[in-house]
Design a binder for this molecule. Structure first.
Ligand SMILES: [Fe+2]
Length: 415
């Protein structure tokens, strides 16, 4: 008996380059012994590895044990019809190419098997040797082509997945760098406007904390709220120093210019896709709950939640921070003032959430932001977002004091 041949179908390794061949295995089923043996001899002589079964039930057992590329079956067999056998064989090994070899008078009965079982070819008994071997060769070649197609499809799927991961990583990097750039701009603007650097950073963290207290838990929503609050005054970049820094009250014309800053900020952020939602907070951050704000005079819940949350955080920060013209007020004074304007300037539901946050949380957040400012003064650059996250994580375990030791291994962070 010749060695089973190794040809025809190939495997690709994970990198899609190297290949290996596989023995061509054929399962033959026929309930008539002499026919089965004749088929077995013919196929073995052609170099295939043949498993021959008289009983279709035994053939199903063989299918459970190992893979066959091609299956040749008689149609009329005792104990199980050819249609049933082929359907069960298909369930066990759907990729196997199935050939039916049947007597001419069974052809009409075999039609349903052809329709249901996806038979590759049907051959008549007695068979023509050349036709039989030609059909089996085609069956193995078809299997090899389909296998290669499956592998290529898998490879394309895998590469598409890798590409999607790469794009996500790239998008994240763009977002991080854009955020860092804007963060730096905000720090400069804060200093230009209020001489209170880190005002926007504190307010963004305060706003997030109130949002969490109110039950906002989706990280994407929290991030939008935080970014909108951080960038709330970015439009002041378009307000002249003569107006922004004017010591006395503004005249009507100057007010018109000043009141443009929410719209300017909103317009600026329209160019940055991942900040579109946050830009609504920027646009509405000067609106007041009772409709007395600007630019649209929106009222109540017509103002986006992020802007209503921001208004409380901004008021708190303004009262509890040093300004050039007055000293910072204590926490209790800020709470009293915020409660006084609840329902007029501020959303009472948000004020309620604010009051439920323990004072220690505000102290902790203020300390974290001051830690960042110390680092920036030391390094001369704006740390990336991950530094905030690391400090926040560290602060969750141990409260940080602004003048206390740095909670991180700065060598690692700087690297
Ligand atoms: Fe503003």
């Amino acid at each position: 008996m010749p060695e089973p041949r190794s040809r025809g179908w190939v495997f690709m390794s994970e990198d899609g380059v190297s290949m290996r061949s596989e023995v061509e295995r054929l399962l033959v089923v026929d309930d008539e012994g002499p026919i089965l043996h004749a088929l077995q001899r013919t196929f073995e002589a052609a170099g295939y590895e043949v498993t021959a079964c008289l009983d279709p039930a035994e053939a199903l057992d063989r299918l459970k044990e190992k893979e066959f590329q091609v299956l040749s079956a008689d149609y009329m067999m005792p104990g199980m019809t050819g249609a049933e056998f082929l359907a069960r064989a298909r369930a066990l090994q759907p990729e196997t190419i199935r050939i039916l070899i049947t007597a001419a008078h069974d052809f009409s009965a075999a039609v349903d098997a052809i329709n249901n079982g996806e038979i590759f070819r049907i051959l008549a008994k007695p068979w023509n040797r050349v036709e039989l071997l030609g059909t089996v060769r085609q069956a193995f070649d078809t299997y090899a082509l389909r296998e290669k197609n499956r592998q290529l499809t898998d490879l394309v799927k895998k590469q598409n997945g890798e590409l999607a991961d790469l794009n996500r990583g790239l998008e994240k990097l763009v977002q991080e760098r854009t955020t860092n750039l804007l963060d730096g701009m905000v720090a400069v603007l804060d200093y230009r406007d209020t001489e209170t650097q880190w005002h926007s950073r504190r307010v963004s963290r305060f706003t997030r904390r109130i949002a969490e207290q109110l039950g906002v838990c989706d990280e994407r929503d929290l991030r939008t709220i935080e970014m909108g609050s951080l960038l709330h005054d970015i439009g002041k970049i378009g307000v002249r120093d003569a107006v922004l820094l004017k010591p006395g009250p503004l005249d009507q014309e100057e007010w018109v210019e000043m009141r443009e800053h929410p719209r300017l900020g909103w317009a600026l952020l329209q160019r940055i896709e991942f900040l579109r939602e946050a830009s609504e907070i920027v646009l509405q951050h000067q609106e007041r709950y009772d409709g007395s704000g600007y630019p649209a005079g929106l009222k109540g819940e017509a103002i986006v939640l992020g802007a209503r949350l921001f208004a409380v955080a901004d008021t708190y920060d303004a009262i509890t921070s040093d300004r050039p013209y007055r000293r910072a007020q204590p926490h209790a004074a800020a709470v009293t003032e915020i409660q006084r304007v609840s329902g007029t300037q501020l959303d009472p539901r948000v004020v309620h959430a604010f009051c439920a946050v323990p004072e220690t949380d505000w102290v902790r957040i203020r300390g974290e932001v001051e830690q960042i400012s110390l680092l920036e003064a030391q390094w001369g650059w704006t740390p990336p977002r991950r530094v905030f996250d690391l400090i926040r994580d560290a602060a969750d375990q141990k409260a940080i004091r602004a003048d206390g030791p740095l909670p991180l291994d700065l060598a690692i962070v700087k690297a």
